[in-house]
Design a protein around this ligand. Structure first.
Ligand SMILES: Nc1ncnc2c1ncn2[C@@H]1O[C@H](COP(=O)(O)OP(=O)(O)OP(=O)(O)O)[C@@H](O)[C@H]1O
Ligand SMILES: [Mg+2]
Length: 286
């Protein structure tokens, strides 16, 4: 059993362990397979290299694969946490560059909707661990399932990953529409993946931004782009993050640039506890 805290940290006073404001960032997409999980893993490594303490939550429940992508072998997963038999501190794994990973597991049928009890359990468990890190990065499944909208609503920032394919754009638009109309989200950071060059990234972003401005009255933030890069699937085959395995590759360099940008985001002006924040966000407004 690996614990969240090293022995040295565990002996420190509680106040010293806590991050004043944990940045909660959810990474999502309309269409599947556009690169969310690779984005999460590599941004996590990039943020850790920029000096941030990073915790990754695999929230693609039932179909999680961050552990596989990083060659980690979980003994327990969120499935055990959600059924109440284990704590998050029992399931945490140590990843590359000091990142910590909460694996989702893939043994159960795809959990697209957490029950109210499971949501409360997860929030209370997160309160114990998330306050000790600077960034909580959440990987979700694709689409507009209740879990995706739940984790996107709970985060301070949402990163929507898109690729140049038209289907990726229409699905991203549908996701943004649901999050803005039904969940009152207004801030979306768009990361364009698998592009030939900066020009294609800018064109792809502009198409989505124009539709969001025109029909939803939402201005999207352009976070950057990751090039289509053969080194990335090579790293995947070796179950390593491309930022760690091939740090000089075009994709790795791009991830590091985007991570630096995120590391410079201003601290959220929010309550100390991440979970207080999650909770406040999720209380229905009258
Ligand atoms: N920049 C890139 N260059 C080349 N290949 C990429 C790039 N980004 C992702 N891929 C490839 O795309 C595939 C899907 O990536 P990934 O699993 O991260 O997507 P996902 O959005 O998390 O998928 P899902 O919706 O199933 O969770 C992987 O095989 C990966 O190797
Ligand atoms: Mg994924």
């Amino acid at each position: 059993m690996k614990n969240m805290l090293s022995e040295q940290e565990a002996t420190m006073p509680t106040v010293a362990q806590e991050s004043p404001c944990t940045h909660v960032i959810t990474v999502t997409s309309g269409k599947g397979g556009v690169g969310k999980t690779n984005v999460v893993v590599n941004l996590a490594v990039g943020l850790a290299q920029a000096g941030k303490r990073v915790l990754v939550l695999d929230a693609d429940l039932g179909l999680g694969n961050i552990d596989v992508l990083l060659g980690l072998v979980p003994r327990y997963t969120l499935e055990q946490v959600l059924c109440g038999s284990h704590h998050l501190s029992d399931i945490v794994l140590q990843g590359p560059a000091g990142i910590q990973v909460l694996p989702a597991g893939s043994g159960l049928p795809h959990l697209t909707s957490l029950t109210d009890t499971q949501q409360l359990l997860l929030q209370s468990e997160l309160e114990h661990v998330a306050g000790t890190v600077d960034v909580l990065l959440i990987d979700t499944g694709a689409g507009v399932s209740p879990n995706v909208t739940y984790f996107a609503s709970a985060a301070q920032e949402t990163i929507v990953v898109i690729s140049p394919e038209p289907t990726s754009l229409t699905d991203a638009y549908a996701l943004i529409k649901v999050l803005s109309r039904q969940h009152r989200e207004r801030r979306f950071n768009v990361l364009v993946n698998m592009v030939k060059n900066q020009r294609e990234a800018a064109q792809t972003f502009r198409k989505l931004d124009a539709a969001a401005e025109r029909f939803l009255n939402i201005h999207l933030e352009y976070l950057g782009f990751i090039p289509l890069d053969d080194y990335l699937p090579m790293a995947v085959m070796e179950q390593r993050a491309v930022t760690e395995r091939f740090p000089c590759s075009p994709a790795a360099r791009a991830f590091v640039q985007v991570a630096k940008k995120i590391a410079e985001w201003p601290d959220p002006q929010l309550p100390k506890s991440t979970v207080q924040f999650l909770w406040q966000q999720l209380i229905p407004m009258s």
